[in-house]
Design a protein. Structure first.
Length: 55
């Protein structure tokens, strides 16, 4: 898959490397901004089992 993407980018090698890094950064940013916060509401690891003691 990564080789297919790399082959379909245009330009010389140095430009394809820059485009690949930018593409990876964009995917990571989209995951951190939209996908992971949305999925965290369905995650069982975000539920706390410790209650706050109130006096």
């Amino acid at each position: 898959m990564y080789a297919w993407i790399f082959r379909h980018l245009s330009g010389p090698l140095w430009l394809r490397i820059i485009q690949s890094v930018l593409l990876i950064a964009l995917v990571v940013m989209a995951l951190m901004t939209y996908v992971f916060p949305w999925a965290s509401q369905y995650s069982p690891w975000t539920d706390s089992t410790i209650e706050i003691a109130r006096a």
